[in-house]
Design a protein around this ligand. Structure first.
Ligand code: RTP
Length: 140
């Protein structure tokens, strides 16, 4: 058993066509991963020294997160456009943060801000340990 083990799950054309994507992801949502503080400090290393850094790490490590890697034409810019701006107050209606987020420190989703950041962040997932809810239970 390894906490770094990864699997590849693909929702097939019939699942997508039948509108089951949300339903299937919701099932995985119930057995999520929680990032360690070490992972998050590495992930947000460019923000080390900012006054909000300790609070950001504490908040990000406070519960399970959903990690997704999306691939496609201009995936980084498209992802950022869909999320909206960092501060939800400036985020347009129709964007994820504009519609759902309440404050800059609780802005719901992260999205890589460049291809280089995306590569770093995706790579980090493979080298830093995650604890799944199941493993937490086993080791308690
Ligand atoms: P993210 O990395 O989470 O996608 O956010 P971002 O690129 O839009 O913004 P970034 O500058 O990288 O900041 C990372 C996260 O830090 C929190 N933050 N708090 N003034 C504050 O209290 C403040 N500023 C930034 C936000 O949660 C932001 O998403």
């Amino acid at each position: 058993m390894s906490v770094n083990e990864r699997t590849y799950i693909m929702i097939k054309p019939d699942g997508v066509q039948r509108g089951l994507v949300g339903n299937i992801i919701a099932r995985f949502e119930q057995r999520l991963v929680q990032a360690t503080e070490a992972h998050l400090e590495n992930h947000y290393s460019d923000l080390k020294g900012k006054p909000f850094f300790p609070g950001l790490i504490k908040y990000m490590a406070s519960g399970p997160v959903v990690a997704m890697v999306w691939q496609g034409l201009d995936a980084v810019k498209t992802g950022r456009a869909m999320l909206g701006t960092t501060n939800p107050l400036q985020s347009p209606p129709g964007s994820i943060r504009g519609d759902f987020a309440l404050a800059v420190g609780r802005n719901i989703c992260h999205g890589s801000d460049s291809v280089e950041s995306a590569e770093k962040e995706i790579k980090l997932q493979g080298v830093v340990q995650y604890t799944t809810s199941l493993e937490t239970w086993i080791f308690e």
